[in-house]
Design a protein around this ligand. Structure first.
Ligand SMILES: Nc1ncnc2c1ncn2[C@@H]1O[C@H](COP(=O)(O)OP(=O)(O)OP(=O)(O)O)[C@@H](O)[C@H]1O
Ligand SMILES: [Mg+2]
Length: 430
């Protein structure tokens, strides 16, 4: 588990200090305030590699840079290693080397780490496969430092770079693995079906069917997705939402399966801790799905093992994700961190997670800071109407405003009724 991160002169703010709780950590904040950046930093803390350093296809996940180049920049973090030893480290930015310095050697083992980025790329750090040794003062990284996939590589597989002419696969990819699992009907298949069921939207369970050959001139067999509304669709043609959740389910099962078998190989017990970082969890999902996805993610690891605890850190722009957490959120294990711009500085605050109620109310809460959830035109006109009631309007002015409001608002709109009630009171005063 990661406990805390302190950033000095890095990223968006001169200083940022945040603590994490053991189960769900929700991060909200306006565009550009550094939500994705914070997840990149957490991933780096846990794996000691920036995602983009390991895969040039990625459009995000670059190394963190100091805010002001001339000043010292530091990242301090506290996390639990194996056997619950809690350690704090500070890493300093070396301007000359343009790199983060710190303790050499393999990172402290926080458990299995998974990171779903907002563009559909995915990263896995597996303590049984990605650790490295230190010899003397040098890090001898004989192992792959982490598995970082672009969205396409999740589907088609991830190969080791520079192995020409042979192709060395680090991961077979969803298309090949899922079909193999289905044919073998093995444990991975059972887990994959359970995970998919868990992550499916209410009442619309996703099921994988027999692979189909796609096109006449290619030897490509693609697993299909069975849906209630269409014949089985090859997963490469599935919708963006389905592909993201399928990829997430596949990466989770692949990472866990590979971890268990690598642990067996090296004579270790599988990890009891999983850290799951997810950027923009609602990406592409219909509101119905947004409402259930956070809960599903907190619980999904139980479909793989009931021996591991999961810490989830996710970012969201969705009021439905926040509202959907109300029925299970508990302040002992879960928290909400909110990024805001205060006096032109980005600040992070751990806010009380109150049961606000509806998604509409979440939109006007501190999480999203909207003044109104209406169209800007309707909002402006209602403000004008409120101003008109403060002065001494003529009957004609009241009638004109009433006409304008009735053109822009629904005839049963609550605010239209309120306006008419106040208008009548004003008319009585004239
Ligand atoms: N590698 C980096 N080094 C230093 N600063 C960075 C780095 N990456 C991002 N930032 C800072 O973070 C800001 C944007 O952060 P980020 O993409 O995390 O925002 P966000 O909150 O995720 O926004 P959105 O909601 O649009 O996804 C940039 O404007 C930049 O100031
Ligand atoms: Mg972002």
């Amino acid at each position: 588990m990661i406990h805390s991160v302190k950033l000095e002169n890095v990223g968006v703010a001169p200083y940022m200090d945040l603590d994490f709780l053991p189960r769900l950590n929700l991060i909200t904040g306006d565009n550009g305030l550094g939500k994705s950046f914070l997840l990149d930093v957490v991933w780096w803390i846990l794996s000691r590699k920036w995602p983009a350093q390991l895969n040039s296809h990625l459009s995000s996940g670059a190394m963190a840079r100091p805010l002001v180049a001339q000043k010292a920049a530091r990242i301090t973090f506290t996390l639990d290693g194996k056997r619950h030893s809690t350690k704090t480290y500070t890493s300093t930015y070396d301007r000359r080397d343009q790199a983060w310095e710190g303790r050499q050697g393999r990172p402290l083992n926080p458990g299995l780490v998974l990171y779903a980025m907002s563009d559909g790329s995915f990263a896995v750090w597996d303590p049984a496969r990605n650790y490295w040794k230190t010899k003397g003062n040098a890090d001898i990284q004989e192992k792959v430092p982490a598995y970082v996939f672009s969205a396409n590589e999740i589907m088609y597989g991830l190969s080791k770079p520079n192995e020409y002419p042979k192709e060395v696969w680090l991961c077979n990819g969803l298309l090949r693995d899922v079909e193999t699992w289905r044919l073998k009907h093995n444990l991975a298949w059972q887990q994959f079906t359970k995970v998919l069921k868990k992550l499916s939207p209410d009442g619309e369970e996703m099921c994988i069917g027999e692979a189909k050959k796609v096109g006449a001139d290619e030897e490509l067999y693609v697993p299909t997705l069975e849906t209630p509304y269409a014949p089985a669709v090859p997963v490469i043609y599935a919708s963006a939402a389905i592909r993201r959740i399928l990829s997430l389910a596949y990466c989770l099962v692949w990472a866990w399966q590979s971890h268990v078998s690598a642990s067996e190989e090296i004579g270790q017990e599988p990890e009891k801790h999983i850290i799951f970082l997810i950027d923009e969890i609602e990406a592409h999902l219909h509101p119905r799905w947004q409402r259930t996805i956070a809960r599903a993610l907190v619980d999904v690891v139980n479909s793989l093992t009931n021996q591991a605890e999961t810490q989830v850190i996710l970012t969201t722009h969705s009021p439905l994700v926040m509202a959907g957490c109300e029925d299970f959120f508990t302040s002992e294990k879960d928290q909400w961190l909110d990024l805001d711009l205060v006096d032109r500085r980005v600040q992070i605050t751990s806010r009380d997670f109150e049961k606000i109620g509806t998604a509409d109310q979440w939109l006007t809460s501190d999480a999203f800071d909207l003044k109104s959830t209406r169209s800007p035109g309707a909002e402006q006109l209602l403000n004008e109407a409120a101003e008109l009631l403060k002065v001494q309007p003529s009957r004609q002015e009241l009638e004109d405003m009433d006409t304008r409001l009735s053109l822009i608002l629904h005839p049963m709109d609550r605010d239209l009724f309120l306006w008419r009630y106040q208008k009548e009171k004003k008319e009585a005063e004239i």
